[in-house]
Design a protein. Structure first.
Length: 280
């Protein structure tokens, strides 16, 4: 009977061993990278705060209207951009926190304190229900640049009003304690409001934007903005102006005036933005 050869397993080419080792190294590197990669966390606001103006400049001596508008926009634009940047930072911190909570993770004490402070600033108390999270995200959002500038121009007579000059109040905001602001010269008898006084022009801008983002009178504005953001559409002052129906006793006439001002001053706003960009 012929002797049969002993069968030996066929050895794979060396290249397969090399590829197997390489794939194991890649997998190990990916795993290590996942372990070492920083988890999402809340970060301090790193925006460079603009120099707050202690006194609103008086532009009433500038007789040429285009120059007066240019000066007004150049003064306010950095303040509005700064505050919108701060609001965007707040929004990003909330988004990070919500994603961590939805993933079943707990916030560390410092992060929870920060989120709680943001919620309180926008008139909500921590912890938040799901509905309150929706409300908060509707509130923590930027206000279009053109809307802020035009309301400031309208309410302060382009920065020349008594309240703008003596109280840095560009938006006609009221307060209700004696001495908190300036008493209107034509205040209706029996009324006790004053026009709020601000330490800086930036403080006036911040108070106005917080008011827009929290007061129940402007819920419609926030709803319009939220709906536009949900479909990733551009959000402009003209879009949101109808939500200002309660800002003035003039109601629709006031809304129409603000929209008209936005349209007629768009060129000046764009020039101010270009001028600021060229300086940076």
């Amino acid at each position: 009977m012929p002797r049969t050869a002993v069968e030996h397993p066929v050895k794979p080419p060396l290249i397969f061993s090399f590829l197997l080792a390489l794939s194991l190294l890649i997998a190990m590197a990916a795993l290590i990278n996942e372990w070492l990669a920083p988890k999402p966390s809340l970060q301090p606001f790193m925006g460079t705060e603009v120099d707050p103006l202690k006194q609103m400049p008086d532009y009433s001596n500038i007789s040429h209207v285009p120059w007066r508008k240019e000066a007004f926009f150049n003064t306010l634009l950095p303040l509005v951009l700064y505050e919108n940047q701060r609001i965007q930072w707040q929004r990003e911190q909330l988004q990070i926190a919500k994603s961590l909570l939805d993933a079943g993770q707990e916030l560390v004490a410092s992060d929870q304190e920060l989120v709680s402070e943001i919620a309180k600033y926008y008139a909500l108390d921590w912890p938040l229900s799901e509905n309150e999270w929706v409300t908060l995200m509707r509130r923590v959002d930027q206000v279009p640049l053109d809307l802020v500038l035009m309301q400031a121009a309208n309410e302060s007579a382009w920065g020349t009003s008594r309240f703008a000059q003596q109280g840095n109040n560009l938006f006609g905001q009221w307060c209700f304690s004696v001495g908190c602001g300036l008493v209107p010269e034509q205040r209706v008898p029996g009324m006790n409001h004053e026009v709020r006084r601000f330490a800086t022009v930036l403080a006036s801008v911040q108070a106005y934007m917080r008011n827009i983002n929290t007061h129940r009178a402007y819920r419609q504005l926030r709803t319009i903005r939220g709906n536009l953001r949900a479909v990733d559409a551009e959000i402009t002052g003209i879009d949101l102006a109808p939500g200002l129906i309660s800002y003035s006793e003039r109601r629709q006439a006031y809304v129409d005036e603000v929209i008209s001002m936005i349209r007629s001053n768009q060129e000046f706003i764009e020039l101010a933005i270009k001028s600021l960009s060229s300086e940076e």
